[in-house]
Design a protein around this ligand. Sequence first.
Ligand SMILES: Cc1cc2nc3c(=O)[nH]c(=O)nc-3n(C[C@H](O)[C@H](O)[C@H](O)COP(=O)(O)OP(=O)(O)OC[C@H]3O[C@@H](n4cnc5c(N)ncnc54)[C@H](O)[C@@H]3O)c2cc1C
Length: 408
Amino acid sequence: MSTDSAINHIVILGAGQSAASAAKTLRNGGYTGDLTLIGEENHLPYERPPLSKALLTGTATEESVCLLTQSFVEQHDIDFRRNVSARSIDREAQHVILSDGAQVPYDRLLIATGSHPRHLGNDLDSKSNVFYLRTIEDARAIRSALVPGGTLLALGAGWIGLEVAATARRLGMDVVVVEMADRACGRSLPNEVGEALIKLHEGHGTRVLLATQVSTIEGTDKVERVTLNNGEVLDISAVIVGIGAVANDDLARAAELEVVDTGGIVVDRFTRTSDPHIYASGDVAVVKVGANLVRFESWANAQDQGVAAAKNMLGQDISYEPNTWFWSDQYDINIQMIGRITDPGATVHTRPGENGRFTNFYVTNGRIDGVITFGQPRDMSFARKLIQKGYEVTGDELVTTENLRKLI
Ligand SMILES: Cc1cc2nc3c(=O)[nH]c(=O)nc-3n(C[C@H](O)[C@H](O)[C@H](O)COP(=O)(O)OP(=O)(O)OC[C@H]3O[C@@H](n4cnc5c(N)ncnc54)[C@H](O)[C@@H]3O)c2cc1C
């Protein structure tokens, strides 16, 4: 990796997925200047997907979800400041001011501050058995509230709510999912796949109530009972709220970088913000996709955009194409998706599997725009290759060909 001699100090704000990926790329690529990593959590960088899955069931540990080890940090001379947050960015002086009063100068700054759960903003927020999930501490608290025989109320049928619901069922709880919209994962999934997800949950004994809301709650410190707007009364022991995430873009807003009203820092295809010395990546960044500004919230995007940002901070012009791959695990079903899957004009080619499993190809003008595998992860590796080579769909071969490999 070539380095620009004028770049002697790179500062990364946030110490999560994207930050760790950028820091590793910088050091593994030969950057020898100062590298400061600032994280408000009191942890080494760790990955979040297991928080709603393996860490909750106990099949992963807090150590196993770590992205950078202490020895990597030391061996690679990373000035890692944990448990301290960035308070402001002085763009003119090119330094960051931290919550402990320190001023950290930068030649290049990467903002990788991620996002935080959207809150309900009502009485439920103050109850001790109502949880949001973003951090290891959240996962610990939720884990101790998932008690066999209890009832979990999941507010929101999005990824987090459904994953925790599946985990709670596995741990022996009764689960009710309450979603105000008329479908599951409405922002990210086509309706037919949302329906398959609901069926999956119902098949495991979870009740999924769409177009439903909580009207009233009872309980002082804890919520003990809720009444729904359909009149139903539920006795509950814990609540998980998963109603979306909000970009941690306050620093950028205060520093008058370009941000969008709905949240997120606008970056160009070189991961640069409106200030040429400042970059952004991961959940906090917004990129242009066609005519739209899109904020991706996924492991793969955080990872790859962090790599691109690191290289671009060193003067390589890496044009970043968002990595759209996403996965989720619920019960014994692995769901993966890639590409554009919500285009209303696409034709859906469904490859059925056993026990409700399937693979959907979304085809527009003979090209595969996107793919969802529902319990058939093997299909994803073939699907990726078909997309990469621009495979032209001529008939129903995606459905009828016994082995997709033959089409590659
Ligand atoms: C429970 C859960 C399950 C998930 N499951 C999946 C999955 O199955 N598949 C998938 O593709 N994606 C999944 N995701 C999404 C994925 O984990 C995120 O997209 C990814 O973590 C984003 O990485 P990031 O680096 O942008 O942000 P983060 O990993 O959130 O890191 C940002 C860090 O910056 C810190 N920070 C914020 N502000 C400041 C400040 N001012 N100063 C210092 N530090 C600050 C934050 O505390 C945080 O530690 C899941 C997310 C969650 C929460």
